[in-house]
Design a protein around this ligand. Structure first.
Ligand code: ATP
Length: 566
């Protein structure tokens, strides 16, 4: 499918506009137009309804290990700066960036990607530890490296993670002794270590030319993706605050408040929908990578013993949700970061990905990540964090390890009032993007077919085949002509429908053209009041996808549409 056509329809029909367009737009920021706002609201509402408000907490949902409760939160975008220090975002939420000495353009440092491309990756280490981003860059996931190392029984050697970073060469030879997979393992490990050493010393292993002009690039610098501002009148370090780069942390810091103020018992989930901000170096692909976007996140708290089953449950449940709302299974994939690691008890991450039309054949872009996070977040907010610069691995506090950032000191453990057991809950995090989901639903809906016009001539029809639950407008009402009392009947019907859901009324132009406008908006049903309506009280109901037209009683229209959109 041609992305250009989708982008042009979005603008023409009022789904999406560039932010501040009359001033030339602002890169990475998008406004939802009259149809887009309804579509995105429907995506968020469907998610909230299915995950939270209509969740049945009395019955076991198929696939779930037990019943569970769901509740919600709406936290602020700006939070105490310590939140981001203890979560790791302050130090680690970075991309590497270079500047071209000639053309002065900013370039995302992609030497890691280059290493990936040139290496013979015969084991899963690279897939797990270097997260390749849809925009071509790669992010090194140090937590995953530690988990991988533990999984491969390198934990013994790696546990003093500091040694790994402080003296990569020594550590490399230790590791080489232990490598199970022969040269491939050595190669991957040495690349990882050289990357880490590179980061440590702030120098590149490989010098890449500027992709814009071929010029020399500066040394890579870390670039933190969090937007900054100041709370209060004085712009001082003490007043520096950050716009949240994810909604999750608001949930973790409120964990105790929720437990204490409600009667929720573990297992339970807390959901939040809201804006997040990331100063992405290269925003691109329409809304896919924006600087301001909305997330729909769940932190699901469970007992460590059942966390693996809950991880499986959420991974499968969230995958099904996209299919239930119309994404074709053939264009979706559930990608486990490391299949070997899934059998390992404590951790795992899977991405739900969609074959967006702007990607090359066979490539997929992330819609949602489902992560088994263990007790990492709650512990960090209790105990604080080691200096992640000297120890980028997410190690637990060592015996003599002093946290660089003090935690809250609050007890975020949980006591089961039936068994009296006290433990730090494990967390499963399904983290979805509302804008990426909306974009996927738009790409999936965009269809062109050949249909006869009023004169029987075949014409290309553009139709947005949204799932009726997501369609911005559910029905349109037309009087066939603007006379003989037809508009009056049609307007009464419009009002009756409008009391239930968004409906459109249109009396201008040929009826065929009115149908086609609604097809482009994705309206699933059109109802036409004609001459017969005035005598037998029936109307024509047209189905957007099958184009079938049936006659139904005027009095039945509201119920019929309601039952069809579900
Ligand atoms: P990516 O690798 O594509 O940058 P991520 O792995 O950093 O994504 P997460 O931190 O897991 O993303 O965020 C969860 C979800 O939030 C993503 O699956 C995506 O749907 C959404 N999201 C993240 N960054 C952006 C962005 N810049 N623009 C739009 N949506 C985003």
């Amino acid at each position: 499918m041609d992305m250009e056509k989708i982008v042009s329809l979005c603008r023409r029909r009022g789904f999406l506009f560039q932010s501040s367009e009359i001033y030339g737009g602002l890169n990475g920021f998008w406004d939802y137009g009259p149809l887009g706002v309804e579509l995105k609201r429907n995506v968020k509402e469907a998610w909230w309804r299915d995950m939270v408000s209509q969740h049945d907490d009395m019955s076991v949902i198929p696939g779930a290990p037990s019943t569970y409760e769901m509740t919600g939160l709406d936290c602020t975008i700006i939070m105490h700066p310590q939140v981001w220090k203890c979560s790791g975002h302050f130090d680690l939420f970075c991309d590497m960036m270079q500047t071209c000495r000639q053309c002065k353009k900013l370039v995302r440092a992609d030497h890691v990607q280059d290493m990936l491309n040139n290496a013979d990756w015969t084991n899963s280490f690279a897939a797990e530890c270097f997260v390749t981003r849809p925009d071509g860059g790669a992010t090194f996931d140090s937590g995953a490296a530690l988990r991988w190392a533990k999984h491969r029984k390198f934990g013994r050697r790696l546990s003093p993670g500091l040694a790994l970073v402080r003296n990569p060469e020594v550590t490399m030879s230790w590791l080489a002794e232990d490598v199970e997979n022969g040269t491939a393992g050595e190669l991957t490990l040495s690349l990882v270590l050289s990357y880490m050493a590179t980061e440590q010393k702030n120098q590149t292993g490989l010098q890449m030319p500027c992709p814009h002009c071929g010029g020399d690039l500066t040394e890579p610098r870390e670039f933190n993706l969090m937007f900054e501002s100041y709370a209060g009148a004085i712009k001082s370090e003490d007043n520096r605050v950050f716009l949240r780069p994810e909604t999750a942390q608001g949930i973790f810091v409120n964990f105790k408040n929720v437990v204490d103020s409600t009667r929720v018992r573990i297992p339970f989930g807390i959901a939040q929908v809201g804006k997040s901000f990331r100063n992405e170096i290269t925003p691109r692909n329409f809304t896919f990578r924006s600087r301001e976007f909305e997330q729909m996140e769940i932190e699901f708290f469970c007992h460590p013993d059942t966390s693996k089953e809950w991880y499986q449950y959420w991974r499968d449940r969230r995958f099904r949700w996209y299919i239930e709302h119309g994404l074709a299974e053939g264009r979706l994939q559930l990608r486990d970061h490391d299949p070997d690691e899934l059998s390992h008890y404590s951790t795992g991450t899977a991405d739900i990905e969609y074959a967006f039309p702007f990607l090359a054949d066979g490539e997929f872009g992330e819609l949602e990540g489902i992560a088994h996070r263990g007790d990492f977040d709650l512990r960090s907010h209790m105990e604080g964090k080691l200096d992640p610069k000297s120890c980028p691995l997410e190690v637990e506090l060592g015996e003599d390890g002093k946290p660089k950032y003090k935690g809250s000191g609050r007890d975020l453990t949980y006591r089961d009032d039936l068994t009296n057991e006290r433990f730090t809950p494990h967390v499963i995090e399904p983290s979805a993007g509302a804008d990426r989901a909306t974009l996927a639903f738009m790409c999936e809906a965009y269809t062109e077919d050949e249909q006869p016009d009023e004169k029987g001539k075949m014409q290309t029809r553009t139709v947005m085949k949204f799932h009726p639950r997501l369609a911005p407008v559910k029905a349109a009402v037309f009087p066939l002509v603007k006379k003989d009392g037809m508009p009056e009947v049609a307007k009464d019907l419009y009002k009756a429908l409008k009391a239930k859901f968004p409906v459109f009324y249109d009396e201008k132009g040929a009826v065929g053209r009115r149908y086609r406008r609604q097809d482009e908006a994705g309206t699933p049903y059109c109802i036409t009041v004609d001459g017969d309506t005035l005598t037998d009280n029936t109307v024509t109901l047209r189905d957007r996808d099958s184009l079938e037209q049936i006659r139904i009683k005027l009095d039945d229209v509201v119920d019929e549409i309601e039952s069809r959109i579900g």
